[in-house]
Ligand binder design. Structure first.
Ligand SMILES: O=C(O)CCC(=O)C(=O)O
Length: 276
């Protein structure tokens, strides 16, 4: 990752710099958030779930309730259950992350989607895309502050070889005009500078949902996976239907984590919903 996006927040005074960097570039790399043990536990639980969902199929073409192919060959997304280690407080509400997200999204932000992305060996380029458009669509000709972010948690080192995500820094501030309607982002992006999300495992990347990005070829022999957790401002009401909290997870969470997941229904032990 370019140096400008990399911030060490162990020092409290760096928070203002981090917020400014995020506002300017639409993304922020937080190094050394997770230790090797946590990443290994997440990776092993993730691989087991992906294998169970797909069997031995790594073509990226198969789907299940949880796994859907996404754009490009050999790219899949998998929605994750809120069970350990995915639901661990350290994973979904790491104190450093909560501090940064509060700075970006304001108090009472909440989680609306728990997804992940895997690029299998042999994956191809995706089309350049945004995960969400501007809040007011084309009605407002100026960019607004960030309303939603995706938190990417790499489950391995992300490198050029294994397909580190390509991003277009500051593209979250681009507002489209009527003239742009017929030109796709892949074409528009050719004229703009991009960067690659080359970050070691243990880092976290916070990205404005509007930022232009794409998955790229994985030329290594191993799958390259990352968790992708969406958090948004308190007043946004959208949430993925797949985001549900098992009763045992709800019981295990302290109040401040329950508040982050307050938009998701809590399932009773038998799977029925007891709260929404
Ligand atoms: O896996 C990646 O690097 C990006 C995936 C992505 O943006 C998508 O599937 O929409």
């Amino acid at each position: 990752m370019e140096e400008g996006g990399l911030v060490d927040l162990r020092d409290d005074e760096a928070l203002a710099t981090a917020r400014r960097t995020f506002r300017d570039s639409g993304m922020l790399v937080l190094p050394d958030v997770f230790d090797v043990g946590r990443v290994a536990a997440l990776r092993s639980a993730y691989d087991e779930l992906l294998r169970a969902e797909l069997g031995h199929d790594t073509s990226g073409g198969n789907s299940s309730d949880r796994v859907q192919p996404t754009d490009g060959r050999k790219h899949v997304q998998m929605q994750l259950p809120l069970v350990p280690p995915f639901s661990d407080v350290e994973t979904v509400a790491h104190p450093l992350l909560v501090k940064v997200l509060t700075g970006i999204l304001g108090e009472n932000f909440h989680c609306s989607y728990y997804n992940s992305n895997t690029a299998f060996p042999g994956s191809t380029y995706q089309r350049v895309h945004r995960d969400a458009g501007p809040v007011f669509g084309a009605d407002l000709g100026v960019p607004t502050p960030t309303t939603a972010v995706v938190v990417n948690i790499p489950l391995c080192d992300f490198t050029r070889e294994n397909g580190s995500t390509e991003v277009w820094p500051a593209s979250h501030l681009i507002v489209d005009s009527a003239d742009d309607a017929d030109v796709d982002l892949t074409t528009r992006a050719q004229a703009l500078a991009s960067a690659r999300m080359d970050v070691p495992a243990g880092s976290v990347v916070v990205r404005d949902l509007r930022l232009w990005h794409r998955g790229v070829p994985n030329e290594s022999g191993d799958a390259r996976s990352m968790l992708a957790v969406v958090y948004q401002r308190s007043w946004l009401s959208w949430r993925a239907h797949s985001l549900r909290v098992p009763a045992a997870t709800w019981r295990a969470w302290p109040d401040h984590v329950r508040s982050i997941f307050s938009a998701a229904p809590v399932d009773a032990e038998d799977g029925a919903s007891v709260m929404s």
